[in-house]
Design a binder for this molecule. Structure first.
Ligand SMILES: [Zn+2]
Length: 323
């Protein structure tokens, strides 16, 4: 392990999107290309709406019920819980070093014991105890970066082009990380490296970066992980890059539906749910609820996606019905 390079890079605190859940000014590349099976892109355009913040906007008046696009996931979710577990174990065996494989096995055993013995639960609010939750988080982190490491570079780039509202990274184990939002100094933005530990003194992660002999100290806000981006951006069928460009509004004007294509694959179809005027922002809804107050919605969105909703329904404190 080389010496820690005290880089002269400084964090650009404005680089992360603060109000919505999907995009930051990420240097990671994202082309929608071949995963769009239907694309009526004359109806919408991507616009930058603030530092590190983009959205989709109507380029003309669009009538209710119009399809904007159909998109296949570029990373598909497993079809069942059993399939997911099997794939997870295989990925970790293929992609991770021996120490991480052992760590993963220990975590699996502990989680299994805690949940089977029912020792992990706080009965009053059905949450896991902090210790079990910590194990679950690390288990997920390893599973996700193993899956990530087995992908070709263009899909890794696409994965990391999504926003990570969490940036939770293990301080002891290894984790694949993407670097972004650094001002000046070393040309590290857009590189994919490996976090190997944490330096308490500089409050930075120690990252192995391809092309650098020494470890580079990087602060948490300039790193994202495959697991963090996945938690923030994944849909039930997997990771969708264009769908993820849609900002959230509790009174959204677009509806997403899962459809099965002729090859039996699953796609997300996006359709207007009311008439939309030229220039209006196109919005989706990240959560489902039957009827909810602004307080409830903001709390749920903040917990799951890490932002405070500023949609018109929230600003006007409206109750929203949404099934
Ligand atoms: Zn809202």
């Amino acid at each position: 392990m080389g010496d820690v390079l005290k880089s002269d890079v400084t964090a650009s605190s404005t680089s992360t999107r603060l109000t919505d859940g999907c995009i930051d000014s990420s240097p990671f590349e994202c082309d929608y290309g071949r995963h769009l099976t239907v694309n009526n892109d004359y109806l919408y355009e991507e616009r930058i709406i603030g530092v590190g913040n983009v959205g989709l906007f109507a380029t003309m008046d669009i009538t209710k019920g119009t399809v904007l696009f159909q998109e296949q996931p570029f990373v598909a979710n497993a079809s069942s819980a059993e399939e997911f577990e099997k794939e997870l174990i295989e990925n970790v065996q293929k992609a991770c070093d021996f120490a991480t494989q052992m760590e993963f096995e220990d975590l699996s055993d502990r989680i299994h014991q805690a949940t089977v013995m029912n020792q992990g639960w706080y009965s009053e609010d059905e949450k896991y105890s902090p210790a079990v939750q910590k194990d679950l988080d690390r288990h997920f982190e390893i599973g996700m970066f193993a899956k990530f490491l087995l992908l070709p570079p263009e899909l890794q780039q696409k994965w990391l082009s999504g926003h990570d509202a969490f940036q939770e990274i293990s301080k002891v184990g290894v984790c694949a990380v993407g670097i972004f939002g650094l001002d000046g100094g070393l040309d590290l933005n857009g590189k994919i490296g490996k976090s190997t530990g944490y330096d308490d003194e500089s409050k930075s992660y120690l990252v192995e970066v391809p092309g650098h002999d020494d470890l580079v100290a990087i602060k948490r806000e300039n790193l994202k992980t495959p697991g963090g981006v996945f938690r923030c951006n994944a849909f039930p069928i997997g990771l969708l890059s264009l769908r993820a460009r849609l900002n959230h509004a509790c009174n959204n004007n677009m509806d997403a539906k899962i459809i099965t294509n002729t090859q039996g694959g699953q796609e997300c179809e996006l359709r207007t749910n009311r008439d939309i005027s030229q220039g209006e922002e196109l919005t989706g809804c990240y959560l489902n609820w039957s009827e909810a107050s602004t307080e409830y919605r903001r709390k749920a969105l903040s917990a799951k996606y890490g932002f405070l909703c500023q949609c018109t329904a929230c600003q006007n404190d409206e109750i929203v019905t949404n099934v």
